[in-house]
Every structure is written in structure tokens, then in C-alpha cells.
Design a protein around this ligand. Structure first.
Ligand SMILES: [Zn+2]
Ligand SMILES: [Zn+2]
Length: 287
């Protein structure tokens, strides 16, 4: 299985590469910019080239870019909506500059305007951002809608809601990122074979199994259906080791990259969680 972590790029791309190598990641994710800011991040062309070459030499891939949490493509407020749409366009360009195969983002929160209005905004922002970022005809990264926990007025807590976004974003190929913490908090019982099968059947029926491109592997502080988006260390949350044994043994998921977004203070935290994920994956019985 391809397992990796979300690495910090605040110290520069080459430092992120060092971290990925020292942790022994098969795949990595990083933010496009500060996760709490819509100010554009920038990359030096030469640094970006050395970074992609370093990843390729180390056999690390895919590289995934995560857009900032502040992005709200569903916002009914014009200014926030436009800033989010432009930030997405910028992140598509940045993802291409660093050779990322995927760009993942949370669809957004409708803030009381309703799922219907929120969905319309999300889809049109995606179409506009793609048009803006890909006007030279070069293909961009695969855009992934992340399954969210459904906190507040978040859109994208069910596969049906994701399907609606995908069908309205005419012509833009979109995939799905399944976050184990979010989907569990959204009410999907992924700890058991029966529950996980049911969730994946629902996914397959709504958007097709081939849409699923990435898994965020996070344990959950909140319980099933709590709609709480708080990640726990692998095995230390409500999903627990047994739950991850079910998830990591599932043959419908084993071809996907799994990326950790567990609580991080130092690299040791990532090393510990990655080791736990590897150990559980090794012990898991394939089903
Ligand atoms: Zn996630
Ligand atoms: Zn989360």
C-alpha cells in the first residue's frame, strides 16, 4: 500500500522533501499556502523543479496539494466566494508548477443559504477556476472533493451531495477524497466490514468507485455521527485499531494512496502514526 503523511512546507519545498524521505513516505500531501490564509503561496520555479526531481528519484508519489481550509466556494457572500474561486484557480496553477497529480479541497459551507444554493456556487466556482487556470490548454491536477464531517453548514457530507456537485461542474473531471475521520463523524460506520461495505456501495452508486482517488487516514476524536472534525492519532480515537484493521484490509481501497493528517507537533508524531498505519496494514486480513 502507498502510505504517507501531510508534510509541512513552511520551511521550503526542499525541507518538505527531506521530511518525506526521512519518514519513508510512499506518497505525500502539503498545503498550497498557509491553511488559514487566502493569500497566495508562491513557488520558485527552480526550487519546484528540484523538488519534483527529488520526489521522483525517491520514488515518492503521487504528490497531493491541499487547498486552505478558509476556501469557501459555497459562500453566499460575493466577496468571499470570489476570493475562494480565485484562490482555487491559483492553487491549480501552483499544483501544476510543483507537478502534483491531485488537488484536494473541502467543497464549502453554505452558511444558511441552503445545500442547493451552496452546490450551485461550488460547481460554478470549480468551472470558472479551471477555465482561468488551464487557459493554456495544459491539463491540470485531478481535482478532488473531500468528504466532510458535516459540521455547521458544510456541503459534501454525503456521496449524494458530492454527486450533485460533480454533475453540475460540467466537463470538469472531479474525484473524491475519503477522509476516515470525516466520514465516520458524518455517520458512516466504517469500523466494521458491513458498515464500510455499505458506505462504499453508496459511493459506487452515487459517483462510481473509479471516482475515489485518495484516502485521508485519520482517527476521530468525535464519535460516529458526531459531525466533529477533530483528528486523533491512529488507534487512539473512536475508530481505533480494530477499525483501521477493517479499513486497511479492504481490497476495494488497497490500491489508493493513504495520507495521514494526524495531530502534528514534531516529525516524531508523523513517524509514530506512519509506523502504526504500516503495522496495522501489515496485520490486517484482506477481505
Ligand atoms: Zn482530510
Ligand atoms: Zn479534518
Amino acid at each position: 500500500m502507498k502510505l504517507g503523511v501531510h508534510v509541512n512546507r513552511a520551511g521550503g519545498l526542499m525541507k518538505a522533501l527531506d521530511a518525506a524521505r526521512s519518514l519513508g513516505c510512499d506518497t505525500i500531501q502539503m498545503f498550497s499556502r498557509s491553511p488559514r490564509s487566502l493569500r497566495p503561496g508562491s513557488v520558485d520555479e527552480d526550487e519546484a523543479r528540484r523538488f519534483s526531481e527529488g520526489l521522483a528519484a525517491a520514488g515518492i508519489g503521487p504528490l497531493v496539494i491541499h487547498a486552505p481550509y478558509l476556501l469557501n466556494l459555497a459562500s453566499p457572500r460575493k466577496e468571499a466566494y470570489e476570493a475562494s474561486r480565485d484562490a482555487l484557480a491559483h492553487d491549480i496553477a501552483l499544483a501544476r508548477a510543483v507537478g502534483a497529480g491531485m488537488l484536494v479541497f473541502h467543497p464549502g459551507s453554505h452558511l444558511g443559504s441552503g445545500v442547493e444554493a451552496g452546490t450551485t456556487n461550488i460547481a460554478s466556482a470549480i468551472v470558472d477556476a479551471c477555465e482561468k487556470a488551464c487557459d493554456d490548454g495544459e491539463s491540470g491536477p485531478l481535482l478532488l472533493l473531500e468528504m466532510v464531517s458535516g459540521a455547521g453548514t458544510e456541503v459534501g457530507k454525503t456521496f449524494e451531495e458530492q454527486r450533485e456537485i460533480m454533475s453540475r461542474a460540467n466537463g470538469v473531471p472531479l474525484g473524491i477524497c475519503l477522509d476516515t475521520c470525516h466520514i465516520f463523524a458524518a455517520g458512516y460506520e466504517v469500523r466494521t466490514r458491513g458498515g464500510l461495505s455499505q458506505a462504499l456501495d453508496e459511493l459506487a452508486g452515487a459517483v462510481g468507485m473509479e471516482s475515489l482517488a485518495l484516502v485521508h487516514a485519520n482517527d476521530s476524536v468525535g464519535d460516529l455521527g458526531s459531525h466533529l472534525d477533530r483528528h486523533a492519532d491512529i488507534g487512539e480515537g473512536r475508530i481505533g485499531e480494530n477499525g483501521f484493521r477493517t479499513i486497511l484490509g479492504c481490497s476495494r481501497l488497497s490500491h489508493l494512496p493513504f495520507i495521514l493528517e494526524t495531530p502534528h507537533r514534531t516529525l516524531d508524531d508523523d513517524a509514530r502514526n506512519l509506523a502504526a498505519l504500516r503495522r496495522i496494514a501489515g496485520e490486517a486480513v484482506s477481505w
